[in-house]
Design a protein around this ligand. Structure first.
Ligand SMILES: [Zn+2]
Length: 116
């Protein structure tokens, strides 16, 4: 296991396997249980894969250590770093929450509604 994998696992445990940004449940090794619980397709479940998220991006010299690595779902992670100037974690979290309230995040999954 690489250092990053181990940091991701520790972060996932600290966060009870919920995404740092959207707080959706994630999966680490096997999506079967999550898919079955929420009736997700394979493609949908894939977006909720647990990934290691650098709060300060790697491209900006963000280190792989306990304070900089959190666990985020693939969708939130990818979407944040796709932006030309990625938002800071706090602002991105607010952005994600706002989109979710409008049903415009992880569209079609609505996992968060099921959980309420
Ligand atoms: Zn997420």
């Amino acid at each position: 296991m690489t250092n990053l994998q181990s940091l991701r696992q520790q972060a996932a445990r600290r966060q009870s396997l919920r995404c740092y940004y959207c707080e959706c449940p994630m999966w680490e090794r096997d999506a079967t249980t999550l898919s079955a619980s929420f009736g997700l397709s394979k493609a949908q479940a894939n977006l909720l894969r647990c990934t290691a998220e650098h709060l300060r991006p790697k491209s900006e010299g963000g280190p792989a250590n306990r304070t900089n690595i959190v666990a985020a779902c693939l969708f939130c992670n990818r979407t944040r770093h796709k932006a030309k100037n990625p938002r800071c974690p706090e602002s991105y979290k607010k952005y994600v929450r706002k989109r979710m309230q409008r049903g415009r995040w992880l569209t079609g999954l609505f996992v968060f509604r099921t959980l309420e």
